[in-house]
Design a protein around this ligand. Sequence first.
Ligand code: NAD
Ligand code: IPM
Ligand code: MN
Length: 349
Amino acid sequence: MKHIAIIPGDGIGVDVTREAVKVLERVEKVYDIKLKMTHFDWNADKYLSTGITLPEGAMDMFRNEYDAIFVGAFGDPRVPDMKHAADILLGLRFGLDLYINLRPVKPLHESLIPLKGRTAKDINFTVFRENTEGMYVNIGGNFKKGTPDEIAIQEDMNTRKGVERIIVAAFEYAKANGRKRLTMTDKSNVLRYGHDLWQRVFFEVAKGYPDIESNTQFVDAVTMWMVLNPDQYDVIVTNNMFGDIITDLGAALQGGLGMAGSGNIHPGKVSLFEPVHGSAPKYAGKNIANPLGAILTVAMMLEYVEYKEAANGIEQAVIKALSEGEKTQDLGGKLSTTEMGDTICKYLA
Ligand code: NAD
Ligand code: IPM
Ligand code: MN
């Protein structure tokens, strides 16, 4: 039995989580696995009505009692500073020390690929995004705020330990999965302190993996190569901010934000899984959002908690649905969010 926390969050997070949970309930029966799912209503509504974001004790509760956490999405126009998301989502990433943000880029059907002349065999790589530091640490401040002389400082924190552990994780993943090449992307031509550290650590760690081809590319060029030559990538490792940006582009390569899943992982510890997309407020509650990113995310979660057969079953059901042309509107189909979830359950049977 695995204990899973379910946090739907805001906007379409609620719509897609409902379908992801439906799929989990289905795989419990089909694969004879046992999940105990506990739901948490932490979101913008709760924050606005009670002031509560991540309740006291939540971090320890997850550490001690849970195997994994599933999150829909956070973001609400009524909370422009994203205070609740900072406390809950970033709070859990930092507090549980989930240093690997694993984001696969793999289109599951040829029809989803937006690039002319490319096929699914050309686009199959995994991004290792550093997830506990960089520009996300919220260190900085304002001076003379609101005046014409205002100064705003936002620090970019890169620690030797943080950089090394994500690079090692990416090499280990490449080795374990038979991937030939690891590309590190940075902006070390300009960021001569922070990203020079990434360069030095990358080539030092690479010496321990002589069978894996290692190279580095500047991130501006990577956004071009991901479009023109995505076939060159097996694994990409990068910092928190660049990883955030290039994985939305990665999502586009697999059909759009509605198709991309991710894991926030600390190997051996309770980890958090969420689709790459946000709360897409304009689609919230309309039953039109694509739940496949969320459904593929729960597959990643099941693989993490060692229910590998069930994880693979979900991916196969998604592939089957896409090959039958059963898709939501964002992919050019006609299905609603709930119909898409039902379709995956049907193919899981
Ligand atoms: P978004 O990912 O919510 O949506 C961008 C666009 O992508 C949407 O307008 C829609 O066209 C498309 N899209 C995304 N998910 C889709 C789905 N499942 N089905 C169909 N189409 C989909 O990004 P945004 O508009 O930049 O941000 C909206 C809010 O979400 C903001 O508050 C932002 O901070 C937040 N956000 C949260 C997360 C998260 O919780 N992990 C991630 C990204 C953005
Ligand atoms: C993501 C999101 C988050 C991030 C936001 C909502 C804090 O964009 O998970 O990709 O920037 O990491
Ligand atoms: Mn993002």
